[in-house]
Design a protein around this ligand. Structure first.
Ligand code: AMP
Length: 415
């Protein structure tokens, strides 16, 4: 079923959204992007004459009630975004009466799902090494099904629009779907867009396909890098990962970030790229600093010959130029992770150059997908968000989707 073909008139829809918005110490929302992201789906259901039961998690309360993470704080913002009053259910598992009383066009927001350990389905207060752990896990899985069934009982249909948690098999993101038949469950617009964006870079590839992988560690990106080796024409590896590669090839890297246990893996990646005929591009030069600080002394040096006591903090001018050339010729682009410590202006030039090249390529007809918090922050900082094709709202979910893993939140609906 799709959201556009479902008849919401007179129906109650329970919608999983990602309202895990950042709050300041006074409980005020500092960035409402996620609320705005869900509005098209929520308004569509209301405009069609449906009633809405909205559910989300916020933060990591670890199965306990925590007033600082109460969704009650965001009721006014949700109400403003939807243009209608929003009722609040202070206990998400005891909202049957409030849900039953909802009329067409009305909205009920449930309290933070993660106040219940059943949402994540992990046993609490017991270590994995405890002999009773397996038993506790089994009991928790049963309780999780009950919890999901309770949530499902509030509504006639289920909509999942929470891409940020689509890689989790939680009660509200996946288990709940078992309690609706296929004609009464669907993805929301945001989810549809995200799934399509991943599809665009993995299936409908226009070539050359260039992926730019940055960030701090090889170990956290290895799954996606390995998968991309089967897809891309050009793979640019930058950021802190660079120095593990440089060291693996016998270079000297001073005090740069390095994962010594990944040296062989770096060599394996290079060998695989060679065998597959993929153009693997690493930085040639580096902006090295004598300290990890904005006011550090800096020098440009070869990425594989960094003096003792100096650390690579960003790609240098020669690398910026080489990367730009490859990116600007691409027809499909994926960017995840900054080229340097972009949080400090002095070391943001590499990431900025990448962002600008992606915008240029997009203007020339390329499809560009940006995902992962830091590269998104970089695009936003440069006000280039409207000059790329798609900015994903998902961090882990996006990476897992691109690794080729099936997302439980999507599979639960699509089968
Ligand atoms: P990730 O979460 O793995 O995408 O990594 C993002 C982080 O990598 C950012 O906070 C950057 O500051 C950091 N980073 C990028 N390049 C470097 C580098 N050369 N040295 C240390 N950290 C880096």
């Amino acid at each position: 079923m799709t959201i556009d073909s479902y008849a919401f008139q007179g129906k109650k829809a329970i919608v999983r959204v990602d309202f895990n918005v950042p709050l300041d110490e006074n409980g005020h929302i500092t960035d409402d992007t996620r609320i705005r992201g869900a509005v098209p789906t929520l308004k569509k259901i209301l405009n069609d004459g449906g009633a809405l039961i909205i559910m989300s998690h916020m933060g990591k309360p670890k199965g306990k009630v925590n007033a600082k993470l109460s969704l009650q704080q965001i009721v006014p913002a949700v109400s403003q975004a939807l243009g209608v009053p929003v009722q609040f259910a202070p206990d998400c598992a005891k909202a049957a009466d409030q849900a039953a009383a909802l009329k067409s066009g009305e909205v009920l927001l449930l309290e933070n799902l993660r106040f219940y350990p059943e949402e994540e389905g992990k046993p609490v207060g017991i270590e994995k090494t405890d002999p009773a752990y397996d038993e506790a896990k089994k009991a928790m899985k049963t309780a999780q099904k009950e919890f999901a069934k309770t949530l499902a009982s509030y509504a006639d249909c289920y909509v999942n629009d929470a891409f940020g948690t689509a890689h989790r098999k939680h009660a509200s993101t996946a288990v709940i779907a078992d309690y609706f038949d296929k004609d009464n469950k669907m993805l929301g617009y945001l989810m549809e867009k995200e799934v399509q964006a991943v599809e665009n870079v993995l299936s409908n590839i226009r070539r050359p396909f260039t992926a730019i992988m940055g960030g701090s560690k090889v170990s956290t990106k290895i799954g996606i890098i390995t998968n991309l080796l089967n897809k891309v024409d050009n793979l640019i590896i930058c950021g802190g990962m660079t120095y593990t590669f440089m060291k693996a090839m016998g270079g000297t890297i001073g005090t740069s970030l390095c994962e010594d246990e990944q040296l062989q893996l770096a060599l394996d990646i290079m060998e695989q790229a060679r065998q597959k005929g993929i153009n693997l591009i690493l930085a040639s030069d580096t902006v090295a600093a004598d300290r990890f600080a904005e006011d550090a002394n800096t020098q440009i040096c070869p990425a594989n010959a960094i003096p003792d006591g100096w650390m690579g903090m960003d790609i240098g001018p020669d690398s910026r130029e080489r990367f730009a050339k490859v990116i600007e010729e691409a027809k499909t682009i994926l960017w995840n992770g900054p080229a340097g410590v972009f949080e400090m202006d002095k070391f943001a030039k590499g990431s900025e150059a990448i962002a600008q090249s992606i915008a240029k390529a997009t203007a020339n007809g390329a499809y560009s997908l940006i995902g992962g918090g830091d590269s998104v922050a970089c695009i936003n900082k440069l006000h280039l968000a409207d000059q790329v094709s798609y900015i994903s709202t998902g961090g882990g979910a996006l990476l897992e989707a691109i690794e080729g893993k099936e997302l439980p939140g999507v599979a639960a609906i699509k089968g």
